[in-house]
Design a protein around this ligand. Structure first.
Ligand SMILES: [Zn+2]
Length: 288
């Protein structure tokens, strides 16, 4: 667990997938990324689907829901995994039932961030968290509902349309407070309306990057953007803003998909480069 002032944050990895590094690293040369993210024998790199269990202001908040379990054999093969995600099981192990979650925040609606929003019950996709309101940016929802030839392989209506049907969907128009010290802030680039999560409590600060920076190295290097970003030049400007903010606030940075350095603090090195220095859970504020 990480503590930021009075806010408690538990990272929960839905599952670890293995993906083509061409997607994760785009035009970055292999000789550079292979040093920090060595591929396996299949030539694939690991990607943790990091979700956050957040307690703030008396609310139980879940940021992201991972890939979920609505996966056929073809989808399992695409993600390089043998078994689907199991966020409900991992939450149960922490003593949190699906009915306990008050708010689910999706940073965006790519399948690896919202697949666990719903699961199949009696043959149809139903909300996994029966009492939760699901928060997503209105523009992101529009892009997901009306995908194009490039985006339709990651925007699946079964992950979000059922929420509209049950009245559990809340569409956000820009930056929005979630609970005391917890804010959704739009950081465009990966998608037109992806949002990061910003934490501020009792003089301590934190940032969940989602795919603004999938890996720590993406946060360190402005030019390292994924091939999936729909507006890569906007990603660079968004990262520039949040790099400065993280440095100025000595913020705990939690990355969206990082298996090796899942959280850390951004440091400016003497050679002018930036480095994410790992911080272990319990290493912030009071230990867990
Ligand atoms: Zn992602």
């Amino acid at each position: 667990m990480y503590r930021i002032g009075s806010i408690e944050i538990v990272p929960v990895v839905d599952t670890r997938v293995w993906v083509d590094p061409g997607g994760a690293f785009g035009v970055t040369p292999r000789v550079l990324w292979a040093r920090v993210m060595p591929p396996d024998a299949r030539g694939l790199v690991p990607m943790d689907l990091t979700c956050l269990l957040v307690r703030a202001g008396g609310k139980t908040i879940l940021v992201e829901t991972g890939l979920g379990d609505k996966l056929d054999d073809k989808a399992l093969g695409f993600w390089g995994i043998d078994a689907p995600g199991d966020l409900p099981g991992r939450l149960a192990a922490l003593g949190v039932a699906t009915a306990d979650v008050d708010i689910v925040v999706n940073t965006h609606l790519h399948a690896d961030h919202c697949g666990g929003n719903t699961r199949v019950q009696n043959g149809e996709a139903r909300p996994t968290f029966p009492n939760a309101e699901y928060w997503v940016q209105r523009l992101e929802y529009a892009d997901a509902r009306f995908p194009n030839e490039r985006t339709r392989n990651t925007y699946f209506a079964s992950n979000f349309a059922p929420l509209e049907a049950t009245g559990q969907l809340r569409l956000l128009d820009g930056d929005t407070p979630v609970a005391p010290g917890v804010h959704c802030v739009v950081a465009r680039g990966h998608t037109r309306a992806m949002q990061v999560i910003v934490f501020a409590s009792e003089g301590e600060y934190g940032l969940f990057t989602a795919d603004l920076a999938s890996y720590a190295v993406n946060f360190e290097h402005l030019a390292w953007v994924t091939a999936y970003d729909v507006e890569p030049l906007e990603t660079i400007e968004s990262k520039r803003r949040w790099q400065r903010w993280a440095l100025a606030h000595d913020a705990l940075v939690i990355l969206g998909h990082e298996p090796h350095r899942p959280a850390g603090r951004l440091r400016a090195l003497e050679n002018g480069r930036l480095s994410v220095e790992p911080v272990a859970p319990g290493g912030v504020g009071q230990p867990a």
